[in-house]
Each structure stands twice: as structure tokens, then as C-alpha cells.
Design a protein around this ligand. Structure first.
Ligand code: SF4
Length: 461
């Protein structure tokens, strides 16, 4: 996400935020925006206008890290033109590289670790008043969540609002840097999450997306005995949220009580993102994933048995060290068996600290590229088939924003998380409306709102 576009009041100071990576980083960028709004910073979508630039980074994949370096290189010119500009870097790359980022990029003023975002306003203030450049990387979480409460005038939200409910990961998959840069699992107390969700709803959010690196193992380390399914039930019963989603789930932590939530809670959208990563048990074992292909398929059957309308998306990786053509074929077999509605596919790359970087039998880049192309072609056919099967159905769409598809169109999502473009104006934003699907494409649907849309309060369902 680039430049969170809100609240551009006539403030003397401007903040530009550039976010790389996952939705949890998007949430952290919102926190930065809210924290600095308390010091009078208004958001700008133009980096050249900014007094403070904050780059929120991701190092989960090598490519993401290279994009961060390339952006930082481009920011150098802005600092030359405006020496008072403060440039801060946060997120996983900041945590991983620490003060070496200050050496490599001498125009960067602030490096903050993943556990220290709450300190950012103080650090910005001290650098502004002449303190030296700083890398702040505490080992423990700093007070970070509660400072947001009681500052409601600084809160802005969109139709869909992310809320992080847990952070970190204890799984140590052998290819993944997350446990090293985000730390071990820790969860937020359920009452605190409930308070935040209700506040977001009061500020205009219709859908809340609950986030965590391993969201369905929520509750570890909390004094209260709350499972993730309990948290969902609490939010459904005690807030006015219209739609709930969550991501990312680990297959081994997908329990029957969580599956039952898809049956019992009307607010919970029938969609789950359940990364499988590989279809070969030999590779799954080397990845340290904690399930077999058969166990994964069994969980999918349980989900579909409980909630036949549920849609499934996943992450998959090609070219893990030692992956043979035969292993790769098993990944394709699993895809044919499950028929995911959407799939995010990646080439394996060595990441610092991880066990897999030392594994022998690395797959060549050429072979990885060829496997990825083959896999993506298979998924494209499955996704299109699934999208075509939507034509003629009427789905409830939450209208989120203007569409990228062209003028006079708005965009929203079905409960199954499919993007639908439809003709309409900004007046539809935030409305839940029944839409008949008329056309299907590779990545989206087109639909026609079912009339009548007019209500006593305007246009809407
Ligand atoms: S479950 Fe595995 S892939 Fe996911 S964040 Fe944890 S270590 Fe990384």
C-alpha cells in the first residue's frame, strides 16, 4: 500500500508512508499514521511534500528486500533537496539489519525495530530537535497498542479495517525469516481487541480483518483462556461489526471449533487463506510444516463439509531445496484435488538465519521459473473456471472503493473474497448490496446491483 490517503487537514507537517509486504505491515503503517497524527502530522500521498517519510519494510522474500533498497536509493535525492526531511525505516528489514542500515544509507535518520513502533513519535521529536541518527531495536515489546486509545480524533479508517490480534511465530518453518524478525508468538488480550474493533466500527469500518502470522494459534501466553474461535464469537456477539475475516491460518492449527465458527457466525465470511506450501510429504517434512498432504486435504474436506460455500486461497512455494520434478508434480496434484479459488505462488529464496539456506541440492533459478510458470498456468485455469461458475449468481457485495477497472465503477468483494466491479458512484461506498454477477475474468468479476437499491437513508441495501 502506498500513501494512506486520509485526513489531509491543513497541518503544517506532512507524513508520507510507504508500505511493503503483508497486511500486518499495513496495520503497522496505520499505527504510525495515528501516532504521528497526535503530533500534528497529516498524511500526504506525495513523498516530495513530506517532512517525515516512513518506510515500512518486508524481508520475507529476497525480492521484497531488494525493492526496499531500491526505494531508499531513490529517497536520497529528496533528502538532498530538503535537508530537514526525516527518513525512518521500520519493519522486518529494519529489525534484521539494524544500525547497518544507517551505515549503508547515510541519509536515513531513524531505524525502528518491529517491537518499537510506539517509540516513534519520541524518536522523531528528538531527531527533529537535533539528536543524532538512531537505530532503536529493543528485544521486548514496548508499550505499543494502548497508546492508540483515547485518541479517537486521530483515528481514520476505511470500509475494511485491519486489526492485528497476535504477532510472531513459534513454528520455525525452515525457509521462513518471520520468527527471527518478528519474534515468538504473543497475543493481545481479547477485551483490548474488542474495544479496538468496536471503535473502528464506530469510525465507519464495516469489515474487520483480523491479522496474525499464525492467527489461529491466538491465545498462547495469555492469562485468560481464549482460543481464536472464542475471540471470533466474542467479536460477533459483542460488537456491531458486519463482516469478519482473518488471515493467516496454519493448517495444523485449524481446529474443529474454528471450523464450526463458519457455521455459527453470520458475520464470519466464508473464506479462508490456508497456505499449503507443497504437495510432497518429503518436502513438507523438510519445511517443518507439521502436516502431510493427506492431512491438509482432510482439513479442506472438513471445511467444505461444514460450509459448502467456503472459498479457499493458499500460498505455495516452488523450488525448495531438494524438490524434484516428482515432488513438484505432487504439488500440482494437490492443486488439482483441492481446486483453490485463488493461489499466491512464490519461488523459494534463501533468507538469512533460516535452516533451509544451508540445505544442499538447491534448485536452479531457471528450473524454479519453469515450475512457477507451469503452476501458475494450472491455477489460472482453475481460477477462471471458478469465476465463470459465479456468473448468474447473486452475491452480497461490500462496496469498498472506486474501481481500477474504469470510470463510473466501484469495486467490492463477495463474502468469498472475490473482487466485483459494478457501475455506481461513491454513494455506494460502505454499502452491502446484492449484485448479480454478469461477467467473469481471470482476477475479478463484473456485476449488476439488484434493484431497488434506494433506502430511506439513500442508496444502499
Ligand atoms: S508458520 Fe512458518 S511460514 Fe508462517 S510465519 Fe511461522 S515460520 Fe513463517
Amino acid at each position: 500500500m502506498e500513501g494512506l490517503c486520509v485526513n489531509q487537514a491543513a497541518q503544517p507537517r506532512r507524513l508520507y508512508v510507504h508500505t511493503f509486504g503483508c497486511q500486518m505491515n499495513t496495520y503497522d503503517s496505520l499505527r504510525v499514521q495515528r501516532l504521528l497524527a497526535q503530533d500534528g502530522y497529516a498524511l500526504t500521498t506525495n513523498a516530495a511534500d513530506a517532512d517525515v517519510i516512513f518506510v515500512n519494510t518486508c524481508s520475507v522474500r529476497e525480492k521484497a528486500e531488494q525493492k526496499v533498497f531500491s526505494l531508499l536509493g531513490r529517497l536520497r535525492r529528496l533528502k538532498w533537496r530538503k535537508p530537514s526531511l526525516i527518513i525512518g525505516v521500520g519493519g522486518c528489514v529494519a529489525q534484521q539489519l539494524g544500525s547497518s542500515l544507517l551505515e549503508r544509507f547515510p541519509f536515513v535518520d531513524i531505524v525502528v525495530g518491529t517491537r518499537a513502533l510506539g517509540s516513534l513519535p519520541n524518536i522523531v521529536r528528538s531527531v527533529r530537535s537535533g539528536a543524532p541518527r538512531v537505530a532503536h531495536l529493543p528485544d521486548q515489546d514496548e508499550e505499543g497498542w494502548r497508546e492508540l486509545f483515547g485518541q479517537t480524533e486521530a483515528w481514520v479508517t476505511d470500509v475494511v479495517a485491519p486489526v492485528t490480534v497476535m504477532q510472531g511465530c513459534d513454528n520455525f518453518c525452515t525457509y521462513c525469516i518471520v520468527p527471527y524478525v518478528r519474534g515468538r508468538e504473543r497475543s493481545r488480550p481479547s477485551r483490548e481487541i474488542l474495544q479496538e474493533v468496536q471503535l473502528l466500527v464506530e469510525k465507519g469500518a464495516r469489515e474487520v480483518l483480523l491479522l496474525g502470522q499464525n492467527v489461529n494459534s491466538y491465545g498462547k501466553g495469555l492469562q485468560e483462556k481464549t482460543r481464536f474461535s472464542d475471540l471470533l464469537r466474542l467479536l460477533a456477539q459483542e460488537t456491531d461489526v458486519v463482516r469478519l475475516r482473518f488471515t493467516t491460518s496454519h493448517p495444523k492449527d485449524l481446529t474443529e471449533d474454528l471450523i464450526q465458527c463458519f457455521v455459527d457466525l453470520p458475520q464470519l465470511c466464508p473464506h479462508i487463506h490456508l497456505p499449503f506450501q507443497a504437495g510432497s510429504d518429503r518436502i513438507l517434512q523438510k519445511m517443518h510444516r507439521g502436516y502431510s498432504a493427506e492431512e491438509y486435504i482432510r482439513k479442506v474436506e472438513l471445511l467444505r463439509g461444514a460450509c459448502p460455500e467456503i472459498s479457499l486461497s493458499a500460498d505455495v512455494m516452488v523450488g525448495f531445496p531438494g524438490e524434484t520434478r516428482e515432488d513438484f508434480q505432487k504439488t500440482l496434484d494437490l492443486m488439482r484435488c483441492v481446486e483453490f479459488d485463488a493461489l499466491f505462488s512464490f519461488r523459494y529464496s534463501d533468507r538469512p538465519y533460516t535452516a533451509a539456506r544451508l540445505f544442499p541440492d538447491k534448485v536452479s533459478e531457471q528450473e524454479k521459473a519453469s515450475r512457477l510458470t507451469e503452476l501458475q498456468a494450472l491455477q489460472a485455469a482453475i481460477t477462471l473456471k471458478k469465476n465463470l461458475s459465479e456468473v448468474g449468481r447473486t452475491r452480497e457485495v461490500l462496496v469498498e472503493s472506486t474501481s481500477k477497472a474504469g470510470r463510473g465503477q466501484m469495486s467490492g468483494r463477495t463474502p468469498q473474497n472475490r473482487i466485483v466491479n459494478l457501475e455506481g458512484s461513491q454513494a455506494l461506498k460502505g454499502r452491502l448490496i446484492p449484485v448479480t454477477i454478469t461477467e467473469a475474468y481471470a482476477h475479478s468479476l463484473k456485476g449488476r446491483p439488484v434493484l431497488p437499491l434506494r433506502t430511506s437513508s439513500g442508496i444502499g441495501a
